[in-house]
Design a protein around this ligand. Structure first.
Ligand code: ADP
Length: 404
């Protein structure tokens, strides 16, 4: 543009000089000057239009590139949101839930469009939470139970260049965490209860023994024996608790080897033999003498000690059989007794900590209620399985499957 003006001015000035030198040329000069000036202007205009068009074209290209970018990013965002494993939604500044995933839509009782923050399709508690998030435009955290699941809900406001642009709603499933906490509390309560029972009976007996003027010799001897029994029970409970707490802290280090199962059962039976004989019980080992098992010998020793001790505890003058065979990649071991058996309603709980089928009778037998919980933890650590079957009055069978 400035270049055109320079040319035009130069020609006009040239003609003016000629006119001053030779006046008759003036009219022609003005005409030629004017025409040239117009021609230069037209040329300049044409060039400007071309440049403008080129720029417009460039801008158009940029725009469509940006549009493609935005479309791609929005698709990526949608893919992420849809695949999030927990309920998630994005609410815009008008309170419309513009982006939601399937887990979030499970909160919606009936599909509706547009889905607004105060829609009656939400559970009242959830609606109150989303409504608060919309009104307050600040971070909110709330725990609630929806569809039998415990959630920790988060509302996080989103800002675009310090201007409120909407809100993210996220719902994290905390059922397992709460269940873990509940179990821990129950475990502590159960453990203290278990320890408190023998402890109070010890304290009661000591109080009687310490009374001034107490001189009942047979009662003193009986109490001494009982105190020792209760103290041993407490010791057993504490030992089992220690094992269990190590197990739940996942500190079970297995040292698996291929071991002879027949010899292992024999070594478990040896220290129990006097008790078997005293009760008139018999042990039968029904397996090949070369039967092997793969596992941590020490832990398996504990497993069979607990099972044989229970079988002995609940069987009067009967037979306890340990049977084993290899089946489809597993070593299947059964511990079968002919004792009192376990009622059907108790069978699914007996592997729980502190569970006793008949608390009054079995506490008297000195058990901690932790033996089978330990057995199950050890078997599971070996990637094995344990099940029970029983006909009350006829006996119980514990079946263990251990991978070979
Ligand atoms: P405990 O140390 O009290 O025996 P366990 O965890 O070993 O605890 O067993 C839990 C409960 O399961 C027992 O109190 C008893 O009621 C039942 N039980 C376990 N083994 C047998 C069995 N062989 N026969 C009958 N009842 C059994």
């Amino acid at each position: 543009m400035p270049k055109g003006w320079v040319w035009s001015l130069a020609i006009t000035l040239g003609l003016m000089v000629l006119v001053l030198v030779w006046p008759p040329l003036a009219a022609v000069g003005v005409l030629i000057g004017g025409a040239l000036h117009v021609a230069v202007l037209v040329q300049t205009q044409k060039e400007s239009t071309q440049r403008l068009n080129a720029r417009l074209e460039e801008a158009r290209k940029q725009n469509s590139l940006q549009e493609r970018n935005i479309a791609m990013k929005s698709r990526q965002l949608e893919t992420i949101v849809v695949n999030l494993p927990f309920p998630f939604a994005l609410m815009d500044t008008q309170g419309e839930l513009v982006l939601t995933n399937d887990p979030f839509m499970r909160f919606v009782e009936k599909e509706t469009s547009p889905l607004m923050y105060d829609s009656p399709v939400f559970h009242p508690e959830l609606r109150a939470f989303i409504r608060n998030a919309f009104i307050k435009e600040s971070t909110l955290i709330k725990a609630f139970n929806l569809n039998a699941t415990d959630y920790q809900a988060y509302a996080v406001p989103v800002f675009d260049k310090s201007r409120y642009a909407g809100c993210l709603l996220m719902f994290l499933d905390i059922t397992q965490i709460l269940e873990g906490e509940r179990m821990q509390k129950r475990f502590i309560a159960d453990a203290s209860h278990e320890l408190r029972t023998p402890l109070s009976s010890i304290l009661g007996m000591i109080e009687i023994l310490n009374r001034s003027g107490f001189n009942d010799e047979p009662t003193r001897v009986e109490f001494q024996i009982q105190i020792e029994t209760e103290a041993k029970r407490m010791e057993a409970i504490i030992q089992d608790l220690t094992v269990l707490s190590r197990l739940s802290a996942q500190k079970v280090m297995l040292n698996p080897v291929r071991a002879n199962l027949y010899h292992l059962i024999e070594s478990v039976y040896r220290p129990l033999k006097p008790s078997f004989e005293a009760k008139g019980d018999q042990l039968r080992i029904e397996m090949d003498e070369h039967q092997t098992v793969t596992g941590d010998v020490e832990k398996l020793h504990q497993v069979f000690t607990n099972l044989l001790t229970n079988a002995l505890k609940f069987t009067e003058k009967g037979t306890i059989t340990v049977r084993a065979s290899n089946q489809a990649g597993y070593c299947v071991i059964e511990v079968i007794d002919t004792g009192i058996g376990i009622p059907l309603e108790d069978q699914k709980y007996i592997f729980d900590r502190f569970y006793r089928a008949d608390p009054s009778r079995h506490r008297a037998s000195g058990g901690s209620g932790l033996g089978l919980a330990i057995v199950k933890s050890y078997v599971t650590a070996h990637k094995g399985e344990i099940t029970v079957s029983s006909v009350p009055g006829e006996g119980a069978t514990f079946t263990i499957k251990l991978p070979m």
